[in-house]
Design a protein around this ligand. Structure first.
Ligand SMILES: *Cc1c(COP(=O)(O)O)cnc(C)c1O
Length: 369
């Protein structure tokens, strides 16, 4: 019988037991390693490889269900590595028009290099209609912040048929929420700043692929642009992985309880959570996801109501980002750039006791009236 997710989380990437050695070796701080004679690996220079990265990369690969992982100092460094290492001038990239806004901001940069960019919404697998001649198809599901979902298996099959590679930004779900490589993606990409590390205390990202040539391209990109994570962040991330399944289980339970409590609330409209049985994304999400994530989104009647709600909560920090053990929320429109109403709230459920969190949100909604 295969190990369960919590067993896999606590064991992932941990080296074999060695007498008098710690379970997880501490971070290696090194710009260079002793290297006499010929320049042979694995560890030569600090920009190329680091043993602390290696342990974390092995751990993430295990959770992704196999493949080779390259870690980066942020999610955007990972997104950029996947995009820029695999496309060249004249290629076509297909992107969602509702994905993470900084990913969308790369469009201009790609176009300035002579890459053609086509976009289509995540919902309804709309990217199927614009695959023709593409080199790379970018998916983000569930999408941030709108929480629409697309069918990875279906789009990957069509994209491969059309000769395109498929990358999925799996930030929201994490590999314990959905295994995008098993669903047919060529690359799993994520901001590990969010749910994967889950404490709101570091930035990190990764790219995992089972294709050796793609892995080499991504790794060479990291080395040549120098987008390398700090050993301390990599070590903290690995330490945090041990509780991944525990955290996600509580966060997912909190998200479902919160979404359920908000369903009939008079102040709430546009409620979205892919785990809600009547959510428009639920059928596709249920077929490909094992956990529906910690993010719930909804709209309050106005900017003022949203601000009153955020100010009145005791347990919810007003902050951007998501996935932390502490619940947080924000009025997303304050940033501009997303097609959301002024009262739109992106809510990230932490690991607080479910009853406490739901009660706090309901009292904050009362105060927002
Ligand atoms: C946050 C986020 C990113 C970028 O990650 P950083 O770690 O902030 O650079 C990319 N994609 C999605 C879906 C995100 O939520």
């Amino acid at each position: 019988m295969a190990d369960g997710d919590s067993t896999r989380s606590v064991r992932a990437g941990r080296p074999a037991a060695e007498q008098h050695a710690p379970e997880l070796p501490g971070p290696t701080f090194a710009a260079h390693y002793h290297l006499a004679g010929e320049a042979t690996g694995p560890y030569t220079y600090g920009r190329d490889a680091n043993p602390t990265w290696t342990l974390l990369e092995d751990a993430i690969s295990e959770l992704e269900g196999g493949g080779a992982t390259t870690v980066f100092p942020s999610g955007m460094a990972a997104v950029s590595a996947a995009l820029f290492s695999l496309v060249a001038s004249g290629d076509t990239v297909v992107m969602p028009d509702d994905c993470y806004q900084t990913t969308r901001a790369l469009r201009e940069r790609l176009e300035s290099y002579g890459v053609h960019v086509r976009t289509a919404p995540t919902a309804g697998d709309a990217q199927l209609d614009v695959l023709d001649g593409a080199r790379l198809v970018w998916l983000e599901t569930p999408s941030n912040p709108g929480l629409d979902v697309c069918d990875i298996k279906r789009i990957a099959a069509a994209a491969h048929e059309a000769g395109a590679l498929v990358a999925v930004d799996n930030t929201l779900a994490t590999p314990l929420g959905q295994r995008v490589l098993d669903l047919g993606a060529d690359l799993a990409v994520a901001s590990d700043t969010k749910s994967l590390t889950g404490h709101g205390d570091l930035l990190l990202g990764h790219v995992t692929t089972r294709d050796a040539a793609l892995a080499q391209a991504v790794r060479t990109w990291r080395k040549t642009v120098g987008a390398i994570p700090g050993p301390m962040e990599a070590w903290l991330a690995h330490r945090s992985l041990a509780t991944l399944a525990l955290r996600l289980d509580r966060q997912t339970a909190n998200a479902l309880a919160l979404a359920t409590a908000l369903r009939e609330h008079p102040l709430v409209s546009g409620l979205r959570y892919p785990g809600l049985p009547d959510d428009p994304a639920h059928a596709v999400a249920a077929a490909q996801m094992r956990r529906f994530g910690c993010v719930v989104s909804f709209t309050l009647p106005s900017q003022a109501a949203a601000e009153r709600f955020l100010a009145a909560s005791r347990l919810v920090t007003e902050a951007t980002s998501f996935g932390s053990v502490h619940s947080s929320a924000e009025r997303r429109a304050r940033w501009g750039g997303d097609a959301v109403p002024p009262g739109f709230i992106r809510f990230s459920c932490g690991v607080e006791d479910t009853a406490d969190l739901v009660a706090d949100v309901l009292q904050a909604l009362d105060a927002a009236r």
